[in-house]
Design a protein around this ligand. Structure first.
Ligand code: ADP
Ligand code: ASP
Ligand code: MG
Length: 398
């Protein structure tokens, strides 16, 4: 029998009405004759609330204990959703990550899925049960619970779709698809019928939280088509796949990321190997560095500036402070990164100028610039981030 994986995010199961509505969607799919495996996130703001609760007790709690706490949110939602399905008289079984066979590496708080052992799920499916699996979590080689990083339930869903060779993987959320920009900020953003993996991966990595970036990476690797659609309306969603029809638009979408910090080290020695040693130490601490800028050397010294995500700011600061006692270190997190993404931009040299002109017209100062074949990102003051997103969007997407 064909199998569908359906994933429902936190807002889709935020209250009893929503849970019952999601149960209707699942039961309809099951009644159409599909095997159904559902991945669900914690209800509403549960994960944020749990993080706050932890901070009240111990702001420096270990990542292991944080994972133990945060994974509890999904345990609540799988049980409630399973109960709503029981009420409709259909056979259902809820499973935590480890029961579903989701094995991860040992990195607490941001672990990666290593493999999915499907025996238990296959056994339950052969009994014709609907499966409701806790997203965002797995188990490591020490039999400890791990979590996949914020927004990680999308990745849980794709990994189950791959492991179970699902015919479809549907990501139900609180918007009815992927838009040219976050529709909550840019009111005239347009819904995309389809988008290719590369563009979606860039958008997700650059701040469009509609899909967890690792879910897109995995979907691309295993050629799983994703459908992003609303759990509230019945509108057609967005398909994420390899080949999409080429449209005349050069820019597919814009995104912003307010969750970053910029670290500067002024007065480093201007000798070979400094950049290597610095970034090697950061890499050893698993710090992901994004935009890097190095000044031209003067008077035997040089400066290096780079950005990291805000949750890695502390570790990065520890590394750079210990790196060179002569250098002056500073950190600024009143910044935002605004990016444009599109496979077509490589062959259009005027794209960068057009983006900078839009920012100039909106009186926004650019602090740093970074480009790749399919994206251009600028660093700006955080207070300008929404204005910049709208200005850049409107310059490219009519
Ligand atoms: P879920 O809880 O279902 O996982 P998320 O909050 O993680 O939902 O992701 C959905 C949100 O992503 C939307 O409410 C929207 O504000 C935001 N978003 C950001 N960029 C985009 C975009 N380009 N298209 C659609 N939604 C976007
Ligand atoms: N509940 C987790 C979070 O809030 C995972 C998810 O929603 O995908 O990040
Ligand atoms: Mg999400």
């Amino acid at each position: 029998m064909a199998l569908i994986v359906q994933k429902f995010g936190g807002s889709s199961v935020a209250n009893p009405e929503r849970v019952n509505h999601v149960a209707d969607i699942i039961c309809d799919t099951y009644r159409k004759g599909y095997d159904v495996v559902v991945v669900v996130s914690a209800q509403g703001d549960t994960t944020d609330d749990l993080i706050e609760k932890a901070k009240e007790i111990n702001p420096n709690a270990s990542k292991r204990e944080m994972d133990m706490l945060l994974s509890a949110g999904e345990q609540i939602s799988i049980a409630l959703l399973a109960m709503a399905i029981e009420k409709q008289g259909l056979p259902v079984c809820s499973l935590l990550g480890w029961q579903a066979g989701v094995h991860t590496d040992a990195i607490y708080g941001n672990s990666r899925i290593r493999r999915v052992d499907t025996e238990r799920m296959t056994a339950e499916l052969s009994k014709h049960n609907i499966l409701i699996v806790a997203g965002f979590q797995g188990i490591n080689k020490f039999d400890d619970i791990t979590t996949l990083g914020r927004g990680g339930s999308d990745t849980s869903a794709v990994s189950l779709a791959v492991a179970l060779k699902a015919e479809k993987c549907q990501i139900f959320t609180d918007v009815d698809g992927v838009y040219t920009a976050d529709p909550r900020i840019v009111k005239n953003a347009q819904k995309l019928d389809e988008i290719n993996y590369n563009e979606m991966l860039e958008l997700a990595t650059l701040g469009a939280q509609v899909l967890h970036n690792r879910s897109v990476e995995m979907a691309q690797k295993y050629a799983v088509e994703l459908e992003v659609l609303s759990s509230i309306t019945n509108n057609k969603g967005t398909i994420v796949k390899e080949n999409v029809e080429v449209e005349k638009t050069i820019i597919r979408g814009v995104a912003k990321d307010d969750n970053i910090a910029r670290i500067s080290i002024v007065g480093l020695q201007d000798v070979p190997g400094v950049a290597f040693k610095l970034f090697d130490r950061l890499a050893q601490k698993r710090v992901n560095v994004d935009i890097i800028l190095q000044s031209v050397g003067r008077d035997g010294t040089k400066d290096i500036t780079f950005t990291v995500s805000r949750d890695q700011q502390e570790v990065a600061m520890e590394v750079v402070t210990a790196f060179d006692p002569q250098a002056k270190v500073s950190c600024d997190n009143n910044i935002s990164k605004v990016s444009i993404v599109g496979s077509g931009m490589e062959s259009h040299p005027s794209v960068a100028a057009k983006m900078f002109e839009a920012l100039y017209a909106a009186d926004i100062n650019i602090q740093m610039i970074n480009t790749s074949e399919i994206r251009i990102s600028v660093l700006i003051d955080i207070n300008d981030s929404n204005k910049a997103l709208k200005a850049v969007h409107d310059a490219f997407i009519k």
